[in-house]
Design a protein around this ligand. Structure first.
Ligand code: G4P
Length: 529
């Protein structure tokens, strides 16, 4: 195996999808703890509060008690390199989450044993499904009374339409939680409250009928386990192919807070979850082991240092090897450029990267040349695809309170839209600027940042629209007729694409009937060209 192949095989890049409060922060911390990336539980939260103090616009996060941005964490585990990309918990920032999911190879779905599949889990799952992302599931908080595990499996299958395969199976719950049975290893993992690790009991060649089990678990729980495992035996077999196609989810049970099941989860992440795979571009499919470097930008974070109006662009490496100091071809600008200050993020620390491989996420200094979706290569014109842009559902007009600052405002809005913080629409019939967002809290962030970073005071005036659709039509005459008729509601988005803003649900129905040849879409793809 070549060195590149070895490096690829070692990497796992994933994100956690969950409903707020399911335990994402807790499990992230425990993953880092087992990976040796942090020494002490509590560090992830501590890090967050420190960040609030040093970064001004994140003040808004603190005030609202929400996490707006997503960050990247890299840690080693048993000869593997794990990249975990954190996502914002609040649903108003789900766009950021969607983009993050384009940069991973698999997802971990975290479910609260008492609450099952919740609304935000469902939404995020849908995004994973759009991309056939393989999903592993961790049912958390088994130390509390929760739902019957069969009922939970059933709910995942019914609500999400994905098959499940329990890798481990819980023995009791709440006060009676004794641990899990690992089906593949024929092993009991005994839960010991306040212990760092579970106590493994290898059953080796013993069958579950062996009286040893009664001694270990007590006859009642042993019998329940026997009956339940037999019942499971009748269900779906594990199929690697189905998991990789996003059709079957391996399921594990545990309690993040009590460190239970976290190691087994990590073992399964390295054992089952895919290493970086091929990725589509407009031109062709790119394999990770192609010798030449390529990557795309999926996230831009401004103002990590407000005094310098600094931006960091996060690239996901898709093929080849990245080396510090190397020049890359910026496909949209058709220009070679040096990728400055490549940084990797290891829990609390960031450090300069000397080399990186497919699956790795590297932050690079952005002097204002990147936008989300940009591709970087060693010269080939490749455009990575698949970063979705969702039609906003809330719109405001931006009103300048100081007329002389219109240039600054435009610059600020352009940069914020390149970062994906907001979508900017410019009506074709006026010089106004409209902002569109998927979640209303994004307006607060934009207003705050425009004032703090670009020193422009603005007012936001709500607009009566509730949807936007991108549109196109092969027939130029019909398109022109539509444009003329609807010119009052037509805007150009930040990429210059025509968009129509709609005030009522029935408006779209009406337009569809009246203009059957016009194609309307509610997502557009951010392929940076
Ligand atoms: P989130 O990031 O998904 O929003 O969830 P977070 O980890 O903050 O966890 C939400 C709450 O659930 C926290 O309690 C956390 O301690 C608790 N929790 C997480 N995992 C487990 C578990 O395995 N068992 C039990 N019993 N609780 C768990 P909190 O009281 O809201 O916060 P805190 O004061 O403990 O930080």
């Amino acid at each position: 195996m070549s060195q590149l192949d070895q490096e690829i095989a070692k990497r796992r890049t994933f994100a956690i999808i969950s409903h707020p409060d399911a335990g994402k922060t807790t499990i992230t911390e425990k993953l880092l703890l087992y990976g040796g990336a942090i020494q002490m539980a509590g560090s992830v939260k501590a890090k967050r509060s420190k960040k609030f103090a040093t970064s001004d616009w994140l003040e808004i996060e603190k005030q609202r008690g929400i996490s707006v941005t997503s960050s990247v964490m890299k840690f080693p585990y048993k000869d593997h390199e794990i990249n975990l990309i954190d996502t914002p918990g609040h649903e108003d920032f789900s766009e950021d989450t969607y983009r993050t999911l384009t940069a991973v190879d698999s997802a971990l779905m975290l479910i609260d044993a008492a609450n099952g599949v919740e609304t935000q889990t469902k939404k995020l799952f849908e995004v994973c499904r759009m991309r056939n992302t393989p999903i592993m599931t961790f049912v958390n908080k088994m130390d509390r009374e929760g739902r019957d595990p069969f009922e939970l499996m059933d709910e995942i299958e019914q609500v999400l339409g994905i098959k499940t395969y329990p890798v481990t199976w819980p023995i009791g719950m709440g006060d009676r939680f004794r641990g899990v049975y690992h089906r593949g290893l024929n092993q009991l993992l005994i839960y010991e409250r306040n212990a760092d690790r579970s106590r493994p009991v290898d059953l080796k060649n013993l069958s579950l009928q062996d009286p040893f089990l009664d001694k270990e678990l007590g006859p009642e729980q042993a019998d329940t386990l026997r009956a339940e495992i037999e019942l499971l035996g009748a269900g779906d077999e594990f199929s690697m192919e189905a998991y990789l196609a996003g059709e079957l989810a391996p399921v594990l049970f545990g309690s993040a807070l009590n460190n239970f099941g976290v190691e087994t989860l990590l073992d399964n992440l390295i054992g089952l979850a895919p290493a970086p795979r091929e990725r589509p571009t407009l031109e062709r499919v790119v394999m990770p082991d192609e010798g030449k470097f390529s990557a795309f930008i999926f996230k831009i974070q401004a103002n990590m240092d407000p005094s310098h109006r600094d931006r960091v662009a996060f690239m996901r490496i898709c093929s080849g090897k990245f080396e510090r100091g190397m020049k890359a071809f910026h496909v949209r600008h058709e220009k070679e450029m040096r990728l400055g200050r490549p940084t990797s993020f290891m829990a609390q620390d960031r450090s300069l990267v000397d080399e990186a491989y497919p699956g790795d996420i590297v932050g690079i200094h952005d002097p204002g040349v990147f936008k989300i979706g940009d591709s970087l290569t060693e010269g080939e014109k490749l455009h990575y695809t698949g970063i979705p842009v969702f039609a906003p559902e809330h719109f405001t007009r931006v009103v300048l309170t100081e007329p002389l600052k219109s240039k600054q405002l435009r610059k600020g809005l352009d940069q914020l839209s390149e970062e994906g913080a907001v979508q900017v629409f410019r009506p074709v019939h006026s010089n106004e600027q409209y902002l569109g967002v998927v979640g209303v809290l994004q307006f607060d962030v934009v207003k705050f940042r425009i004032e703090a970073e670009y020193s422009v005071k603005v007012k936001m005036a709500q607009l009566p629209y509730s949807a936007a659709r991108w549109f196109h039509c092969e027939d130029k005459v019909k398109l022109e007729k539509f444009r003329r008729e609807q010119s009052q509601n037509i805007c150009l988005d930040q990429h210059g694409n025509e968009t129509i803003l709609l005030d009522h649900d029935w408006r779209l129905k009406y337009l569809l009937e009246r203009h059957p040849d016009i194609k309307f879409t509610s997502t557009s793809e951010s392929v940076a060209r």
